[in-house]
Design a protein around this ligand. Sequence first.
Ligand SMILES: [Fe+2]
Ligand SMILES: [Fe+2]
Length: 258
Amino acid sequence: MNILMVGDVFGEPGRAAVAKHLARLRQEHAIDFCVVNVENAASGFGVIPAMARQVLEQGADVMTSGNHIWDRKEIVEYITKENLLLRPANYPAGTPGVGHVTIKAGPHRVAVLNLMGRVFMNPIDCPFRKADEVVPELRKETPIVLVDMHAEATSESVAMGWYLDGRVSAVVGTHRHVQTADERVLPGGTAYITDLGMTGPTDGVIGVDREIILQRFLSQMPVRFEAAKGPAALHGVVIVVDPDSGRATAIRRLRVAA
Ligand SMILES: [Fe+2]
Ligand SMILES: [Fe+2]
């Protein structure tokens, strides 16, 4: 089974990259299941329902998110009804939406779990304990479990990879917007990468207009963020999973200039 996981879609350039390439990538790599992180789809801040619907139409089976999920208020109503858009599962109980879902993909079922780190981020419930709680439940439904570990610290993602090795098919990181070159299949059969990278403008500073960010670094004064213009790229991975055991056999990085 071939699985495509796409990193944080950022603003209009990111949405255009998805529109242009997702269907073709699905075909080219014979993709059976596709997960797209959409937390920055709306000008870098959150996602609105129309954009989420569009990404589903363009070929995503499930969308994940992260700390920016609540930036656009419109999403709260949508996320309570649409379980194909996940928010991190380790938000406190009572938070709108769900953090995991299991859906059919051809003859198989695939589960997706969205977690978020706590190092250099707003404190939320422990992602490791949340994984302990949720993964066994998901594995009752299917051996194919994909985890998006949305985190700032590389160490926290690496730790989650080892923690879940042999218990899930993949642990992929998002949020940092820079693709890491450490993709591998861990000894227990879990495909791992610290960060998928961003799907958005390449000539800004992790998505934002570079002049604005430079001004902020130089002056230390607050600035209003705007998405960078210019060229874009889609970043992600293709993972090969044995659907019967749920074990990954390969992971390959993708970088597609848009
Ligand atoms: Fe992001
Ligand atoms: Fe994020």
